[in-house]
Design a protein around this ligand. Structure first.
Ligand SMILES: Nc1ncnc2c1ncn2[C@@H]1O[C@H](COP(=O)(O)OP(=O)(O)OP(=O)(O)O)[C@@H](O)[C@H]1O
Ligand SMILES: [Mg+2]
Length: 343
């Protein structure tokens, strides 16, 4: 399958502090692909650079290095007017629908606008299509005269989805699109997204900090830490057999339903793979960014940046991972955890 989106060695930097201080590297040499109609999840804790990658793909953030290829075209340095043309093909839904819905404009108008301006439909065809879109996100047509504030959070997110799909995009960047919703509304909106995706074949860059949600919806997962990719691969592989200690820590932080299993795991984890977030030292200038928090870090992790290792269709960035034997120390601890949880 040839990629719809290819991100190659993307670097994004921010100038914080004065001229003399080095820029903050929020995204550091990030590469991944999304196929047509595919969902790829981007996970990682707060500040790991997820939104910055999404913004770079949307052309809202300049890349300091690397390339963004969409449908075979290099779109990294497109001008604002070229980007407007691309906005039809690459759309977005954000956590706060207020950021994409004008509070002073009726919902019907909000959905109609891109149909008239970007798809150049006439008023009658636009009205018809806007009605269809509202129906597709399961909202009655008669809501179109209401202003965004008169809807619930879940309904507003449906409206934002309808608006984002109005240009028939091929790629949708969903940045924490369901994170602020309650569990039931979140499930409804996610089901809706999946349904719309199977009808339109739109690809999703699904950004969230919650690994189970991403795991449930994405075909492939990219795990990010401090702007670097720790590992990526098919969701079932990454979730069932995480290769990087950071992915293991992310998964170990997900609560288990059974309280006894949860408490057994908590005790075992305290003695083994517990990864402290509170006292993490800044990453070494040259080493692995995860080294200060990694329970297995060796000397090499402090001094040399790990490269991507490819292992049966997935990649992992860890000095201590051996493609033949795996991650022996972590594997032993993981099986101890499994035994504790199942006893
Ligand atoms: N406009 C900006 N100016 C300066 N620094 C920024 C800017 N935007 C982001 N950053 C920094 O870049 C890093 C990555 O931020 P980003 O918003 O991409 O993280 P994130 O993974 O989306 O986090 P969250 O889960 O909280 O949304 C952070 O250290 C953040 O402080
Ligand atoms: Mg974010």
């Amino acid at each position: 399958m040839s990629a719809l989106l290819r991100v190659e060695g993307l670097v994004v930097e921010f100038r914080v502090g004065g001229w003399r201080s080095p820029p903050l590297r929020a995204v550091d040499d990030v590469s991944f692909e999304i196929g047509p109609g595919e969902t790829v999840g981007l996970v990682g804790e707060s500040g790991s650079g997820k939104s910055t990658i999404g913004r770079a793909v949307l052309g809202l953030q300049r890349a300091a290095a690397g390339r963004i290829i969409f449908d075979g075209d290099d779109i990294t340095d497109r001008t604002a007017s070229q980007r407007r043309e691309l906005a039809k093909a690459i759309s977005a839904v954000f956590q706060d629908p207020y950021s994409s819905l004008n509070p002073a404009i009726s919902v019907g108008r909000s959905i109609l606008e891109p149909l008239l301006v970007q798809r150049k439909l006439d008023d009658a065809a636009g009205q018809l299509k806007a009605g269809e879109l509202l129906e597709a996100v399961r909202l009655p047509k008669d809501v179109s005269k209401r202003l965004p504030h008169s809807f619930s959070g879940g309904q507003r997110q449906r409206i934002a989805i309808a608006r984002s799909l109005s240009t028939e995009p091929r790629l949708l960047v969903c940045d924490e699109a369901v994170s602020a919703l309650d569990v039931i509304t979140r499930a409804q909106v996610l089901n809706l997204l999946e349904d719309l995706q199977s009808r339109t074949n739109v690809a999703l860059l699904f950004i969230a900090h919650d690994i189970p949600i991403v795991g449930h919806h994405a075909r492939r997962i990219v795990v990010l830490y401090r702007g670097r990719i720790m590992e990526q691969g098919l969701t079932e592989d990454v979730i069932n057999r995480p290769l990087h200690p950071y992915t293991r820590a992310l998964l170990a932080a997900v609560p288990l339903l059974d309280p006894e299993q949860q408490s057994a795991r908590r005790e075992s984890r305290a003695a083994s793979v517990s990864v402290s977030t509170a006292n993490a030292a800044p990453p070494p200038a040259e080493g692995c960014v995860f080294a200060p928090r990694c329970p297995y870090a060796a000397d090499v992790c402090q001094t040399k940046r790990p490269l991507d290792l490819s292992v049966s269709g997935r990649t992992v960035q860890c000095h201590l991972f051996d493609p033949d034997s795996g991650h022996p120390q972590a594997d032993a601890e993981l099986s101890a955890l499994d035994r504790a949880a199942s006893s």
